[in-house]
Design a protein around this ligand. Structure first.
Ligand code: NI
Length: 157
C-alpha cells in the first residue's frame, strides 16, 4: 500500500461527478487500501476517491470503529439535524459550521461488491454526507454557515 497525494480545494478534480465502480479489480483493491492508509496518515475520519484524484464513487470512513468502505453509496433516508464544525482534508487547517442530518441510512457495496446497509448518527452521519458530497463534486464550503476559521489540527475528510 502507498500513501496518495490529497488534492487541495481549487483542483478541478474536486468539482467533478464521479463514475460508479462496475467491478472489483486489483487496481480498485489497491486504491481502497491506499485511501484508508492516506486517511489515517492525515488523521481524517473520511476520504473520497476524487480527493486522491480518482473519479470513482468510492469513499472510506472511520469515525473510531474501524474502516468502512462504501462503493457506489446512495443515501436512502435521513432524519433530524445537527449543526457543528466540519473540516476537510482537501482544505487543511480550516473548519466551518455546517448543518447535516443527525441520522443517515445508506446503501453501498462492500469490497466484495455485495450490497449492504449502513446506518449512522452524529459524526458518522455527518461523515457519510460529507464524503458522498465529494462524489458529486461538492465541498462543505458550499454549505458553510458563517466564516471558515483556522484550526491547529485536521479532521474530517
Ligand atoms: Ni472532505
Amino acid at each position: 500500500m502507498a500513501l496518495r497525494t490529497i488534492r487541495i480545494q481549487g483542483d478541478p478534480v474536486l468539482t467533478k461527478v464521479c463514475k460508479p465502480i462496475t467491478e472489483m479489480t486489483p487496481k480498485i483493491e489497491e486504491l481502497i487500501g491506499d485511501m484508508i492508509e492516506t486517511m489515517y496518515e492525515a488523521n481524517g475520519v473520511g476520504l473520497a476517491a476524487p480527493q486522491v484524484g480518482i473519479l470513482k464513487r468510492l469513499v472510506v470512513i472511520d469515525v473510531g470503529d474501524g474502516p468502512v468502505v462504501m462503493i457506489n453509496p446512495v443515501i436512502l433516508e435521513t432524519s433530524g439535524e445537527q449543526t457543528g464544525d466540519e473540516g476537510c482534508l482537501s482544505l487543511p487547517g480550516k473548519s466551518g459550521c455546517v448543518t447535516r442530518p443527525n441520522y443517515v441510512k445508506a446503501k453501498a457495496l462492500n469490497e466484495d461488491m455485495e450490497e449492504y446497509i449502513v446506518e449512522g448518527t452524529e459524526l458518522f452521519a455527518r461523515a457519510i454526507c460529507h464524503e458522498l458530497d465529494h462524489l458529486d463534486g461538492h465541498m462543505y464550503t458550499e454549505k458553510v454557515e458563517g466564516p471558515l476559521h483556522d484550526v491547529n489540527y485536521e479532521e474530517e475528510g
